[in-house]
Design a protein around this ligand. Sequence first.
Ligand code: NI
Length: 172
Amino acid sequence: MAIRPILVAPDPVLKQKSLPVEGPVTDAHRRLMDDMLETMYDAPGIGLAAIQIGEPLRIIVMDLAREGDPPEPRYFVNPEILESTETTLPYEEGCLSVPEVFEEVQRPDKVRLRYLDYNGKPVEEEASGLYAVCIQHEMDHLEGVLFIDRISRLKRENAMRKLKKARKEAAL
Ligand code: NI
């Protein structure tokens, strides 16, 4: 396993659409998922899409376990949302590719999804609460969409300014 650099907005790679994994889930995909998980834990974060480390594949890792609880890694290959509720809930989101920015985003509060797991086994399940927020946020990455694309223009411009300032300070 290896910790890989996380791309930060406005890196144009983050705007790319990720491609589906064709054929079975292989050891190469599992190695990528292992790297993604290690990178996410190191950051630390609760979700990461492959494109955030520059790999344009429809692969996501996540761990929503509370601090101090045993880890609960989850892996998603080719996730699809089959159904989502009309009711939405606000949640203050952040993103490893948009450091130091936290803004409220409205999303459906429950979704039904289908994906392949770490071993390539198909899974269909319902997500609600933080799980629903996180999987929708990560699936946005697969389309080249960041959570700041879902907030008002004014807030987005403020966020980008903050991001630039933080980068400049980090470079000093
Ligand atoms: Ni993100």
